[in-house]
Design a binder for this molecule. Structure first.
Ligand code: HEM
Length: 363
């Protein structure tokens, strides 16, 4: 009998601890303490609003610039350090910051050091884990881009206990087979990879060719539209000779970079139709991206005691998107690759041939 009542008391204590960790979700918002300007449905999320303010003021500048782009990139590079078959990696565990001395030396993580350092400073200032700060900053960075979906944010990742090994982040010069195999090993289908690659609509490269930093992957890197999926389908320029880019089919647009992997995935029979399906369907693109990001953000994590603080993520501005061919291009410049359905007819933007401007450093 004494044992039974002890057990009952333990159950009550555990239930209480779980409830206080999850916080009480109210139907109405309550004022966050300490003179905060924020209100929350779940008071347990209030501290995340302080982190949000710090991030927006000091790191992301509330704009869809270089820092917001980098914040999304680090989400991928941290989380993809996970393998189902070899049973390594904590996935979305912040190991890229915690073990930055190791992981930031990997070739695929070139250029991530700046955002990793900035996020470490913010996490340390607020007593948050590195896994959580990466996911919050990624979701806020996406929200800073008009037309983006509002991603969710779950908090509760413990700090990483080991670095991810080298070789988990796909390389743009790897064949499609290798990239798809790596993504499969981490639990992602070809369709989910294409959905995640919507991220390259708010992206530029600094390190692929260091002589042209900030070179975007589409003509509208400051918004979350479907132009990336259109412009990767344009017939490209083939580099002759024997140089490092020989044979690469680059973007035909002046000022725009096309990764070899994006070129190949846009044309591979396993990915081309999903790629094309996003061209005129922004809603579908955002939905699939959001779903795949939900999965990526908790890869390798036990979410049982995580706290849903999605209410902290700002509402992205909406965007009137008219998918179009860049000025100077016609439908004859499209290289369709989906055998099942024709490439949608698109209008051409008016004006002289498009020159794509670089993403300004420090934006
Ligand atoms: C096949 C898989 C992928 C490859 C090969 C790849 C490769 C690259 C490369 C080479 C860069 C340029 C880095 C530089 O030179 O500065 C880049 C940028 C970027 N990537 Fe990916 N990526 C892949 C998937 C992803 C995924 C899944 C995400 C997010 C979910 C992502 C988000 C980004 C972003 C936002 C940038 C721009 C960063 C900035 O402008 O600072 N990438 N990617």
């Amino acid at each position: 009998m004494a044992f039974k009542s002890l057990l009952a008391s333990l159950v009550v204590v555990v239930a209480f601890l779980q409830a206080s960790q999850a916080g009480v979700v109210n139907k109405r918002k309550t004022q966050c303490p300490g003179g905060s300007v924020h209100q929350a449905f779940n008071p347990a999320c209030c501290t995340w609003f302080d982190v949000l303010d710090d991030l927006q003021t000091n790191v992301l500048f509330s704009t869809c610039g270089e820092a917001s782009h980098s914040a999304l990139r680090i989400v991928f590079h941290d989380a993809i350090g996970f393998s189902r078959t070899q049973k390594f990696g904590g996935g979305a565990d912040g190991s890229i910051i915690m073990f930055g001395d190791t992981e930031l030396e990997f070739a695929a993580n070139n250029g991530i050091d700046e955002i990793a350092g900035d996020l470490k400073t913010v996490a340390d200032a607020h007593g948050k884990s590195y896994g959580d700060i990466i996911q919050l900053a990624g979701a806020v960075g996406v929200a800073n881009c008009a037309g983006a979906p509002r991603l969710s944010f779950l908090a509760g990742r413990p700090n990483a206990t080991a670095p991810a090994p080298d070789g988990t982040v796909p390389d743009p010069f790897q064949p499609v087979d290798t990239i798809l195999a790596r993504m499969h090993d981490a639990g992602f289908s070809p369709d989910e990879l294409v959905a995640l690659l919507a991220s390259h609509t708010m992206a530029a490269a600094d390190k692929v060719d260091v002589t042209i930093p900030g070179t975007p992957f589409d003509s509208t890197a400051n918004v979350f539209d479907s132009q990336f999926f259109i412009e990767t389908q344009l017939k490209g320029l083939t580099f002759p000779g024997t140089g490092p880019n020989q044979g690469e089919v680059a973007s035909p647009l002046v000022g725009e970079m096309r990764l070899q992997s994006d070129f190949a995935l846009a044309r591979d029979h396993r990915t081309a139709c999903t790629w094309q399906s996003f061209v005129t369907n922004h809603t579908l693109m955002n939905q699939r991206f959001s779903d795949a990001m939900d999965k990526l953000s908790v890869l390798g994590q036990n979410t049982r005691h995580f706290l849903d603080c999605s209410e902290v993520i700002p509402h992205p501005h909406s965007l009137k998107v008219i998918p179009h061919l860049p000025a100077g291009k016609t439908m004859a410049d499209i290289e369709p690759a989906c055998a099942a359905t024709p490439f949608p007819d698109l209008p051409t933007a008016p004006g002289p041939a498009t020159t794509v401007k670089p993403v300004p450093p420090g934006s």
